[in-house]
Design a protein around this ligand. Structure first.
Ligand SMILES: *Cc1c(COP(=O)(O)O)cnc(C)c1O
Length: 362
């Protein structure tokens, strides 16, 4: 069986360094909010090209903390792509704001920025862009609108560690960005983890305080905060893996190029790339009208695939208030997409086998 993602194999490459880092942390007797977290945040901020980084418990918290720190009012609106993982939308409703969904561009699967302006109202406070599947959003129009209407730009960078747009890394393309280090992400921990990156000092300080019970000085609570921390062991592991992130992203690009160059089945739509550096291939998503049949066929032939995602957010039971809305492109994408195995550790013979199987499929 070719696994969709072999996390054991991914982390095994750094086995010795990870063992040492865990041992060092264990021996330090200090497990939260210490040197490992401080080091990682400094390194990750440098990597993204921003001044500040706060380590938090997961990607959902990272995004939610940004919105909380901006202090939007109940009922304020946040523009967000309809075609995204549910977390992007949850961060908005968790803060009692209203998600305003926008259809994607069918070629990039990212938000269609030409459809944003007509949805901006006096209540709109932010545009939350999602660099979906690992591809940086085309930011020019987003920046233009944000400036014109005085909106915050928040990046959901959970799938796009290392992607570059106009020479700048994802994580530095908005006012603030949320990252996830869920084990399967391009930069993955050995458990949950997340981070916020920003150049805004005031936001940095507020987010840091809110993530720590709302206190800047211990037992002096300025905000009704939460508890969301990146623990020392995860930070130590991430510090190791960060050094190899660019190399890993490059390997993903090579796998993606092989798929794109060699998949020749007329029933399959392969992803399009404008700029290579803009895509870090968190997932490699193809489209076909008979998606479920293709998935079964690959499964029967020893290839594991995943659907990102089977049900659009506006059709989820949890979002009854959105169920009557219609987003035909988003729905089409959810009905047709299938993610093929891709990772820095997949073997050439494995991707050759996958390509051969797909090309033989009728
Ligand atoms: C993974 C993911 C998140 C949430 O990250 P967690 O660490 O699982 O909370 C948010 N947005 C997107 C697009 C994601 O893929």
């Amino acid at each position: 069986m070719i696994k969709f993602l072999d996390l054991y194999k991914i982390n095994q490459r750094y086995r010795n360094e990870i063992d040492l880092a865990i041992k060092r942390t264990l021996d330090s007797g200090w497990y939260l909010s210490g040197k490992e977290n401080e080091n990682f945040c400094k390194n990750f901020a440098d990597y993204c090209g921003v001044r500040y980084c706060v380590g938090v418990a997961n990607g959902l918290d990272a995004l939610s903390l940004i919105i909380k720190a901006y202090g939007f009012d109940k009922g304020d609106e946040v523009i967000v792509p309809a075609n995204t993982y549910i977390a992007s939308i949850l961060t908005i409703s968790q803060n009692e704001c209203v998600p305003i969904l926008i259809e994607p561009d069918i070629n990039t699967y990212n938000i269609n920025s030409d459809l944003i302006e007509e949805k901006i109202t006096s209540k709109t406070k932010a545009i939350l862009v999602v660099h979906l599947y690992g591809q940086a959003v085309d930011m020019d129009k987003v920046w233009y609108l944000a400036k014109k209407y005085n909106l915050k730009v928040i990046e959901d960078s959970a799938q796009s560690h290392g992607a570059i747009y106009r020479g700048k890394r994802v994580g530095s393309l908005g006012d603030a960005s949320g990252f996830s280090f869920y084990p399967g992400k391009n930069l993955g921990a050995l458990g949950d983890g997340g981070a916020i990156t920003t150049n805004d000092k005031a936001l940095y300080e507020k987010v840091k305080a809110i993530a720590n019970y709302g206190q800047q000085i211990k037992y002096h609570n300025m905000y009704k905060g939460i508890n969301s921390r990146l623990d020392e062991i995860q930070a130590a592991v991430l510090n190791i893996k960060l050094k190899f992130l660019d190399k890993d992203d490059e390997k993903r690009r090579q796998v993606a190029k092989f798929y794109i160059d060699n998949i020749k089945n007329p029933n399959i739509v392969v992803p399009r790339v404008n700029k290579e550096e803009a895509h870090v291939w968190h997932v490699f998503v193809i489209r076909t009208k008979r998606r479920d049949k293709l998935r079964k066929y690959l499964e029967n032939n020893g290839v594991q695939t995943v659907i990102h995602y089977p049900i659009p957010p506006h059709k989820q039971v949890a979002y009854k208030e959105l169920n009557n809305l219609s987003f035909p492109l988003t729905e089409k994408i959810h009905n047709e997409v299938l993610s093929l195995p891709i990772s820095p550790v997949i073997e050439v013979n494995e991707i050759e086998k996958i390509v051969d199987l797909i090309n033989a499929w009728k």
